[in-house]
Design a protein. Structure first.
Length: 403
């Protein structure tokens, strides 16, 4: 630890998709000195991307000589956030393995007697006739969260596991003295059962499935109802993201807002509206982990007006969803935010930055070797002096999104 303050390093890892390529997803590692324990650096891991990201996470921790993770945060149930954590716990966190995890924050698991709509549908005959891929997403993300929770319970212990929310923030223990963590969302944690039955489209589907009427799985109306419910459920899960601000403290214990980070998970409009209406001043941060991989539903003008970030970090890579959104790039640039992405989406037909004219100015593209750069995006500083890890202009997006 420096005499002047606390050293902090925040690394946004490049996540992997199912094939091992650069994929969409979050995996963030924060290491820092803690004034009350100078024996080792403290470590926080936020999300783990898809399952193949577990090896990337382990490799990074090895490179940093980290064998103890003080806190793992699973922001919400989506597979591109928690499957890598599930694989990491299974492969590297065990009494016989070198990695130890001391505390865990994550979504509340479903009740033992709960059954989701997707689980109900799975019992129907000829369910494959529906040909709705979103069905697997609805159930798999919940199942992954259940498995992750059980793995964490075995290694961390239930006494050191919490479901953070703004409503329950005062019940969380203070884990660190060198940094301050402010829980800003969700308003309250709800179990998976409620996640999967919230909203008008989902209730309409439930009513149709539980009625005495004959169900035709090939009926276009039923498929459309399921698609609407799937999208609604996805939005509900995203708005359950654990959102928090991390602020380092100086040697005297005072907060240093100029080095603050806001980690937003996949929070969408509904979650942001709640946080802004409650206290928009609490959202202000120098560095914003841009919500939902740069989607239009995750970032809008009111968000940037409240947060006032200098830097916007987008966790992105190859995906079919058209992320990051070109409109978000434009909005960030209009607000004077320096844009940094962990990866590129190469799908030229659905995303503007994949086009050759944008690729030429993308700092995540190695122009000599003609390939993606897989190094993490790292901010490293102490609370007295900002180091040069991200001071070079070529590390930021150089494209003009206003034209």
């Amino acid at each position: 630890m420096t005499e002047a303050g606390v050293r902090v390093k925040v690394a946004f890892l490049v996540t992997r998709d199912g094939k091992g390529g650069i994929g969409i997803g979050d995996c963030i590692v924060i290491t820092f000195d803690d004034k009350d324990d100078a024996s080792r650096r403290k470590c926080i891991v936020i999300d783990g991307g898809y399952s193949k990201t577990a090896k990337v996470l382990k490799s990074y921790l090895d490179g940093e000589n980290i064998t103890t993770i003080d806190l793992v945060v699973a922001t919400h149930v989506d597979d591109d956030h928690i499957n890598g954590l599930k694989a990491f716990f299974a492969d590297y966190v065990d009494e016989n393995e070198p990695i130890k995890v001391l505390n865990y924050w994550g979504p509340e698991p479903k009740r033992p007697d709960a059954i989701t709509i997707s689980e109900f549908i799975a019992f129907l005959p000829d369910v494959n006739d529906l040909e709705v891929k979103e069905l697997s997403f609805i159930s798999q993300s919940v199942d992954s969260n259940e498995e992750l929770w059980e793995s964490a319970k075995k290694t961390v212990g239930e006494a050191h596991m919490w479901h953070p929310s703004f409503e329950g923030r005062d019940s969380l223990p203070t884990l660190f003295s060198g940094i301050k963590i402010d829980i800003l969302g969700p308003d309250k944690q709800v179990p998976s059962l409620e996640l999967k039955s919230a909203g008008a489209a989902t209730r309409a589907l439930e009513k149709a499935l539980l009625s005495d009427a004959q169900i035709d799985l090939r009926d276009a109306g039923l498929k459309n109802m399921i698609l609407k419910a799937a999208n609604e459920i996805d939005r509900t899960a995203n708005n359950q993201s654990i959102v928090f601000r991390l602020t380092p403290r100086d040697a005297a214990g005072g907060e240093i807002p100029s080095f603050s980070f806001l980690f937003a998970g996949d929070a969408e409009v509904e979650s942001w509206t709640t946080m802004i209406e409650r206290d928009k001043g609490s959202l202000k941060a120098e560095h914003l982990k841009v919500s939902h991989h740069g989607s239009a539903t995750g970032t809008h003008e009111e968000v940037l007006t409240a947060v006032k970030p200098q830097y916007g970090i987008i966790c992105a890579g190859e995906n079919k969803h058209g992320l990051p959104d070109g409109g978000v790039f434009k909005l960030l640039q209009e607000k004077g935010v320096k844009i940094i992405c962990t990866g590129r989406n190469p799908k030229e037909k659905i995303i503007p930055c994949a086009k050759p004219k944008y690729q030429a100015k993308c700092p995540r593209w190695d122009k000599v070797k003609c390939r993606e750069i897989k190094d993490p995006v790292v901010f490293e500083f102490d609370t007295d002096l900002l180091l040069a890890a991200l001071s070079s202009p070529q590390l930021f997006c150089e494209n003009d999104w206003q034209s």
